[in-house]
Write a protein that binds this ligand. Structure first.
Ligand SMILES: *Cc1c(COP(=O)(O)O)cnc(C)c1O
Length: 375
């Protein structure tokens, strides 16, 4: 019987069989021709890595057990003890915690660069500085990094540019094409898109760096499971369609919220008054993603009333699913920052982040309007 499934089946196995020693030697002699052990490679995780690599236009990629594992792999592929990295001050809280609390113990130090100084890196560079880590669209204020310009600045100083492209997705922006050296994702977010997978991926522009990533993934055990890989691959198939709807809905919501008296500010790169609107348009292929933040009164009771009143935006501290949600940066993603750092980044009591899903936009607008009315 010949079975020809249209879709890659789930190879839910930790290990693969060999006929004899000759076949074992073929595994080592012809890399990629066979599988040995799922931590080293599995058809499902390889399929995900290949698909993300293709979307990002890389020379090779790995799938990882989480976005955090992807950040770790990217940093370890470029750094060793004694090295120094630069990191955009507007960065995912987990990234700064990893650098501050864990990589610092291994002798990898970090300096944070405020958004306004990102293109003037020279004063931050030490003889041991290896790279700059930044996000295409920052969390939670949706600042837009000019990646082509940043790549030029970094390369002029002998640094690699590592981009966390989670918020934009390769549908909007392909950092490697703009000069970045590595691009990574929390696949948990848009790439999977259904809030049912925890996964990550890292893509390298250079094949030798991709080989380093592969070894780091295997030896640090950062591998993604077959089932999670399969779900992520399924999600990827609709990424282009989802991003269009996320962007469409988020723009309509941003425009509507701008007119609401209870909303003191709307942070969305699709709005013409956003400081990097033109850059966002050009770099995002005319789409602006589904993430936006709003500033309510800096009053915990007001924020709580809003959270309780929202029906279509459950408070769930993640993002980028087909179902809308909201999050609270001060209490979740940016909780471990000092009050001064929170203040500097504009993460105050009234800041609420919306992850706009793909539901009918009228339903989402009606829900937000009724929730704001009660404040
Ligand atoms: C969620 C997130 C991460 C971490 O990814 P996990 O899958 O939760 O480990 C990294 N970067 C950004 C921008 C994120 O939103």
């Amino acid at each position: 019987m010949h079975i020809h499934p249209k879709i890659t089946p789930i190879y839910q196995t930790s290990v693969f069989k060999f006929e004899d020693l000759t076949e074992l030697e073929l595994y080592f002699g012809e890399p990629g021709s066979r599988y040995l052990y799922s931590r080293n490679g599995n058809p499902n995780s390889d399929e995900l890595a290949d698909k993300v690599n293709e979307l990002e236009g890389g020379a090779g990629a790995i799938a990882t057990g989480s976005g955090m594992a992807a950040i770790l792999a990217a940093l370890l592929a470029c750094c060793q003890t004694g090295d120094h990295v630069l990191c955009a001050a507007d960065i995912y809280g987990g990234s700064s915690s990893l650098l501050n609390q864990e990589l610092s113990r291994l002798g990898i130090t970090v300096s944070y660069v405020p958004f306004e100084l990102l293109y003037d890196l020279a004063p931050f560079v030490q003889s041991t500085t290896r790279l700059l880590l930044c996000e295409t669209l920052s969390n939670p204020l949706l600042r837009v990094a000019d990646l082509r310009r940043l790549a030029d600045v970094c390369h002029g100083l002998g640094l690699k540019l590592v981009v966390d492209n989670t918020f934009a997705s390769p549908i909007l922006t392909r950092p490697l094409a703009l000069g970045a050296d590595l691009v990574l994702h929390s696949v948990t977010k848009y790439l999977s898109g259904h809030s049912d997978v925890t996964a990550g991926a890292v893509v390298a522009a250079d094949a030798a760096v991709a080989a380093r990533l592969k070894q780091i993934g295997v030896l640090f055990g950062l591998t993604l499971s077959p089932m999670e890989s399969w779900l992520a691959v399924r999600g990827l198939k609709t990424l282009r369609l989802r991003m269009r709807e996320h962007s469409h809905n988020a723009l309509a919501i941003a425009e509507c919220l701008q007119r609401q008296p209870a909303v003191r500010a709307v942070y969305y790169p699709g709005l013409p008054d956003h400081p990097q609107h033109e850059l966002a348009r050009e770099q995002g292929a005319g789409q602006f993603s589904g993430m936006l933040s709003i500033l309510l009164a800096d009053d915990v009771d007001v924020v709580n009333r809003f959270i309780r009143a929202c029906r279509r935006f459950p408070f769930a501290p993640s993002l980028a699913g087909v179902d809308s949600s909201l999050s609270y940066p001060l209490g979740t993603s940016h909780r471990s920052l000092t009050p001064e750092q929170q203040q500097e980044l504009g993460i105050t009591v009234g800041l609420v982040r919306l992850s706009v899903g793909v539901e009918p936009v009228e339903d989402l607008l009606a829900d937000l309007e009724q929730a704001l009315k009660g404040l």
